[in-house]
Design a protein around this ligand. Structure first.
Ligand code: IFM
Length: 478
């Protein structure tokens, strides 16, 4: 299909394109202590004073656990044909090991049945950051055993839902689990140990590989297994060789550390060299890389904003406008010689610069890195300070413009040969935005946090029209 020539030319997507929205368990479910669920690291972290804005937590979140039927009906009304959600590990396996709790699994069985009854394709993410606390107490992701526990959990969920869910994602954004969780500590479990964060990254990779094999053994062969990476689009401040070296270092720490072993069966040699003062990588055991390098059916890409870097001035403290929260500890191990800069341009409420060219570049990169592997944009979206009008409607023209720009970038990549099969807007509805609490609203649906009433914003209506017609409506409210 040719690239649309002007903004006035209709931007039309392939007929089988998935138009979805995404959420994750801890951010929306609530029911934190119901039906046998036990605390995850996010329950513990968010209940620790000073860790989240206003001490907010996901105990109730947006109560999706009790409102899932209405939420699915709302998705159908909007016009979505796909929905990506995650499973709460400690709802299914409260201690992170051993037998499953059927009541926990039943919730997901009912949710999936409800989705299927409305013609909405479910896409399940097994791990979206909520490790059972018992596993963290036993060492967490820096401990090898956690990867084996994940494989056991993957098998349980694969056996329970594999007959009705075709699309599977092992991990969501392992970079965040490893480096925000164990290096900068702005995410659960809040540790600040750079060497442990690198170990965590390897064990997350191992978990992905073992989990993918366990899923395949537990499910019909037709099902698709993928991973969702928040691969960074790393750009240099200048063409100076020192700035280009900074790009390579951050690219290894953001991208190569995951896609190297997952897609190609090897860590970048330059990553070993850059981190040698922190770790000797001796926890990478013989055979691990082959276990991690499982054949995949698809790759999920999550994209929000590009990353702009330069070499740091050795005389000054390196600026760290990397958009990953505030901490005295960097999420980038062994990268004190790199400075992070704010990309120029308009920003969302997260302070993240809006740049759809980054999404296009990311898709094209992975089309080259993994030729033949279908791609999905498994997250993309924006937080804005949305408020209802006196008439109760919620107008979010900025989000419509954001979605329009990014979907055009996806369409451009498809026109250039990329095999992008679907797009999942982040997020279906306003929810618990981790350390920011409920302050940042990413939803296409507004949630009143007093009554928990849901109101589709104008962007939901706009996106629904795109989903129903396969063509982007003009950038105007519907
Ligand atoms: O809310 C998160 C989501 O859980 C993972 N990806 C980024 C989103 C926005 O910060």
């Amino acid at each position: 299909m040719p690239e649309p020539a002007t903004p006035a030319t209709p931007v039309t997507f392939p007929p089988a394109f998935l138009w979805g929205a995404a959420t994750s368990a801890y951010q929306i479910e609530g029911a934190a202590r119901e039906d046998g669920r036990t605390p995850s690291i996010w329950d513990t972290f968010s209940h620790t004073p000073g860790k989240t804005a206003g001490g907010e937590h996901g105990d109730i979140a947006v109560d999706h656990y009790h409102r899932y039927r209405d939420d699915v009906a709302m998705m159908a009304d909007i016009g979505l044909n796909a929905y990506r959600f995650s499973i709460s590990w400690s709802r299914v396996q409260p201690t992170g090991r051993g037998p499953a709790v059927q009541r926990g699994l039943d919730f997901y069985r009912k949710l999936v049945d409800e989705l299927l009854s409305k013609g909405i394709k479910p896409a399940v993410t097994l791990y979206h950051w909520d490790l059972p606390q018992e596993l963290e107490d036993a060492g967490g992701w820096p401990e090898r055993d956690t990867a084996y526990r994940f494989a056991e959990y993957a098998q349980i969920v694969g056996e329970a839902l594999g007959d009705r869910v075709e699309q599977w994602i092992t991990l969501n954004e392992p970079w965040c689990s490893a480096f925000l969780g164990y290096a900068s500590g702005v995410h659960a479990p809040g540790r600040t140990d750079p060497a442990a964060s690198l170990k965590a990254a390897h064990h997350l990779n191992l978990a992905h590989g073992l989990g993918a094999s366990a899923l395949r053994a537990a499910m019909p062969a037709r099902n698709s297994v993928a991973v969702s990476l928040n691969s960074s689009v790393v750009r240099p401040l200048s063409q100076d060789p020192a700035d280009l070296a900074a790009v390579r270092k951050i690219d290894d720490l953001a991208n190569g550390i995951f896609h190297g072993p997952i897609l190609h069966g090897a860590y970048p040699e330059s990553l070993f060299a850059a981190t040698e003062l922190l770790t000797d990588w001796s926890y990478v055991q013989d055979g691990d890389l082959a276990l991690i390098n499982q054949p995949l059916d698809a790759l999920g890409l999550n994209y929000y904003t590009p990353t702009l870097v330069s070499a740091a001035d050795p005389e000054a403290a390196a600026p760290r406008a990397d958009g990953h929260g505030s901490s005295d500890h960097s999420p980038w191990p062994a990268a004190d010689d790199v400075a992070f800069h704010q990309t120029p341009g308009e920003r969302t409420e997260m302070g993240w610069t809006i740049d759809p060219t980054g999404l296009h570049d990311l898709i094209m990169r992975y089309s080259r890195e993994a030729p033949g592997l279908p791609l999905y944009v498994t997250e993309n979206g924006a937080a804005y300070d949305d408020k209802p009008d006196p008439d109760g409607r919620v107008h979010d023209p900025e989000r419509i413009a954001y979605l329009h720009g990014h979907l055009r970038a996806v369409r451009r990549a498809i026109a250039e040969g990329a095999d992008v099969r679907g797009y999942f807007l982040w997020s279906l509805m306003d929810n618990f935005e981790w350390a920011y609490g409920y302050e940042k609203r990413f939803g296409a649906v507004y949630v009143d946090y007093t009554t928990l009433a849901r109101t589709p914003k104008s962007s939901a209506l706009w996106y629904g029209q795109a989903a129903r017609t396969g063509t982007l409506p003009p950038v105007a409210e519907i």
